[in-house]
Ligand binder design. Structure first.
Ligand code: CUK
Ligand code: CUA
Length: 764
């Protein structure tokens, strides 16, 4: 078949496919399928609430902690389809994260610890940036419990931009949570240790070991945390657990629960009862109530001491200045969640059957009245539980975490031991409904459930154990995120999603329409610094710089070739590739991998990435594109030739490859001319309709025009070689001319199909 005819057929087939959708596919009836698959009506109802037909999108986007993978997992609700893993504390080769120099820098900031490289992270709590107490869809933050640090992810491109290490604490759990306008991100310690990563013997636990709560200052214009504008408050050596910021009535305050206020130090090997016994002996621990606005004033007034480079408000100052207060909380507390109106603070007790609802107004009144039951050993005033609570509600065994509904006063609390979720009313203090989950739920998530305006609709239970839910895959099971419909009075279980990347502790979900991620970078972009890369080159200006012992390649990638394609260096050289993706088309990412050198770049449209390595062994190393980017993706290749140190050239070396004749050239040109007619037809259609009213079509059409421009350049080259009767080069450039035509035709047809499917109209 001639190529012109081929393209016409392809074009016809695309249209037919569009028309044919929804045709006669259903030989089986719904009843037949239900019977065959053993589904009842409930199942089918649940399925229709989550099933998302091809081409349809989700209402909410969830950002899940990736647990021990050190990453973030992105999925859609209600379909529960996984959309992305974001590399955060751990290298992620597909995204080139930790493989290109730009991201290595981000990762190194966070992973260089006392001369060690910590590339494992234990992520627990993601947080979306807020404006006026509601998600704004701009940034995501997440903590690492193991090596206390916070990462900043920009939701413009879903890339990690910054990791800050906490120089004071040695484990963290009460992060990341944000103030209503994201001026601070909180990070509280978990296991007490001497501050500043110092040494002190365990015998001095009460005197020298401490916890701490860090308030990282976030500069929204820069999109970065500013460590020098951040401060920490020293806390007693209790095991601080989770944190939340106040909002509305309670704005300016933060809350951190704790366990092990016994300050027990285990030692099972020397016959002492283990931590678990000593840390749960007392009936209550302490909720830490912190006036962070006051603390900020003290920080700005310099009433701090420097610990390992960070300003720390000492415990005695915090106690004396009224920065921190303690309230008892039962028993082995976990979770602290401020209600959407900011009036209440809800804490669970793992070994209690109740949740405790603290009333912020009562807390304030008690503090104002100076009504304390005493002080702890570190001078912090203690408030009476009875004076500060609104109510306590018996919800079930092992309550952990609470999330909120769009309906006023309605909350959901996970019951770890019962393996249930309780729906209850925190204003009236009564349980409304319960649903069983499989098994052992930790955190819960409702849609925008920790903001001032939760969206309701769905709840996800983050289950610790999967046991028999899925097909077995060996002793290590996936996690199970269960989707629950909370739209009605009774909760309805909808769907089990296995999550096989670590144990996500918490997840947050935002309305999809609040996210406006970009589809391409500005030309030559360093995505990690958010600025034009100094190493970007325009097509035609690609070059190789050579200095003694150093070779620096400034290259480009476009369907379907790299420039340059052959790079020769000498054994021992330090080689740098700076690669720019010239594409503008959506989803036209190229990879760049070099054989046996641990190199893989992800070059999304517009991006420039660099990689430096030592060419330490003579040899021939193919490099190639790792994304199947076009029909000639496999031909997107090159050679890194590493010559031996004293190489003098090969004896008897001839010419490589096939030679072409005038006849070959002419046949090629004939096909190209026919192809151009098809393209012209498509272009005529596009320009005959109102394509400019469709941004997607305009983008595609621009990209097609770009490819056609390149086809024209190749055509000119081919013709100038033909004029010189250099048939070999004339033929090869004619072939390249054709390659650009094929890409233009492909995009042109995509544009045409899009316009037809989206009701484009003729313009006069
Ligand atoms: S934690 Cu894991 S279930 Cu780290 Cu928020 Cu409660
Ligand atoms: Cu570029 Cu494959």
């Amino acid at each position: 078949m001639k190529i012109g005819t081929k393209l016409a057929t392809l074009f016809a087939a695309t249209s037919a496919l569009a028309l044919g959708a929804g045709g006669a596919w259903s030989a089986e009836s719904l009843q037949d399928v239900m019977k065959r698959r053993g589904l009842n009506e409930q199942d089918v109802l649940a399925a229709t609430k989550t099933y998302t037909p091809s081409g349809k999108r989700d209402e909410f986007i969830a950002f899940s902690s990736g647990g021990q993978s050190g990453q973030v997992i992105v999925y859609g609700v209600p379909s529960m389809r996984i959309l992305k893993y974001i590399g955060v504390f751990t290298p992620e080769p597909w995204q080139g994260y930790g493989y290109d120099e730009e991201s290595k820098k981000v990762l190194a900031e966070g992973s260089k610890v006392d001369g060690r490289e910590v590339l494992f992270g234990d992520t627990h709590h993601p947080a979306i940036s807020e404006t006026n107490g509601d998600y704004d869809g701009q940034y995501l933050f997440i903590n690492d419990k193991n090596t206390p640090r916070i990462a900043v992810i920009d939701l413009k491109d879903f890339e990690t931009k910054q990791i800050v290490q906490n120089p004071v604490i040695s484990s963290d759990h009460g992060g990341a949570f944000v103030t209503p306008n994201t001026d601070y991100i909180i990070e509280a310690s978990q296991y007490p240790a001497p501050l500043g990563h110092a040494f002190a013997p365990l015998e001095q636990f009460n005197e020298k070991y401490r916890g701490a709560i860090t308030y990282w200052h976030f500069n929204r214009e820069k999109g970065r945390i500013e460590p020098d504008k951040s401060f920490t408050i020293e806390t007693p050596p209790y095991s601080q657990d989770l944190s939340d910021f106040g909002k509305l009535d309670s704005d300016g305050w933060s809350f951190t629960n704790s366990f092990c206020s016994e300050r027990y130090v285990g030692g099972i090997e020397s016959g002492r009862p283990p931590f678990e016994a000593g840390c749960s002996a007392k009936d209550t621990d302490y909720l830490h109530v912190v006036n962070w606005k006051k603390a900020e004033e003290l920080f700005k007034a310099g009433k701090t001491k420097m610990v390992n480079g960070m300003a720390v408000i000492p415990l005695d100052v915090a106690a004396r200045e009224g920065v921190m207060f303690l309230i008892p909380e039962p028993k082995s507390p976990h979770g602290v969640d401020v209600t959407p109106n900011g009036k209440y603070v809800i804490v669970s007790g793992k070994l209690d059957t109740h949740v405790t609802v603290y009333d912020f107004a009562k807390i304030q009144a008690t503090i104002k009245a100076g009504k304390f039951t005493g002080k702890d050993e570190y001078g912090l005033p203690i408030l009476d539980l009875k004076d500060t609570i609104h109510t306590q509600v018996e919800v079930g065994l092992g309550p952990l975490h609470t999330q909120y509904d769009s309906k006023p006063c309605v909350a959901y609390t996970s019951l770890y031991v019962d393996s249930m979720v309780a729906k209850w009313n925190y204003c009236e203090g009564k349980v409304l409904d319960k649903v069983s989950i499989q098994y052992n739920v930790g955190h819960l998530m409702t849609m925008e459930g920790d903001t001032q305006h939760p969206k309701g609709g769905y709840l996800v239970a983050l289950n610790k154990l999967a046991i028999d839910r899925f097909n077995p895959v060996g002793p290590l099971h996936p996690q199970n995120h269960q989707l629950i419909d909370i739209g009605g009075d009774k909760m309805q279980m909808l769907y089990d999603m296995p999550l096989p990347l670590g144990e996500p502790h918490y997840v947050v979900a935002i309305s999809a329409d609040k996210l406006k991620p970009s589809v391409r970078y500005p030309f030559g972009w360093n995505s990690r610094e958010d600025e034009k890369s100094a190493f970007a080159v325009r097509p035609g200006s690609e070059r190789v710089d050579r200095k003694p012992g150093k070779v620096e390649v400034f290259g480009t990638a476009i369907r379907s070739h790299f420039t340059p394609e052959i790079v020769e260096v000498t054994e021992g050289d330090e080689v740098t590739f700076h690669m720019t993706n010239l594409e503008r088309a959506e989803d036209e990412t190229h990879g760049f991998a070099v054989s046996r050198h641990n190199v893989n770049l992800s070059l999304e449209p517009g991006k420039t990435s660099s990689v430096t390595f030592k060419a330490n062994k003579a040899g021939v190393y193919p490099y190639y594109c790792t994304e199947f980017c076009s029909a000639l993706h496999l031909e997107m290749e090159g050679y890194l030739i590493v010559r031996p140190a004293n190489y003098k050239g090969a004896e008897g070396a001839g010419k490589a490859g096939t030679s072409y004749s005038k006849a070959d050239y002419e046949t090629r040109v004939k096909t190209n001319v026919e192809t151009q007619k098809v393209i012209d037809g498509v272009v005529a259609y596009i320009t005959s309709v109102n394509y400019k009213d469709f941004p997607t079509a305009t983008g595609l059409f621009e990209d097609a025009a770009d490819q056609l421009g390149r086809a024209k350049e190749a055509k000119d080259k081919s013709e100038s070689f033909a004029a010189k009767q250099d048939w070999n080069n004339a033929m090869l450039w004619a072939e390249q001319w054709f390659q650009y035509q094929v890409k233009a035709a492909d995009i042109g047809l995509r544009t045409k199909t899009f316009l037809e499917q989206n009701g484009a109209k003729k313009v006069q």
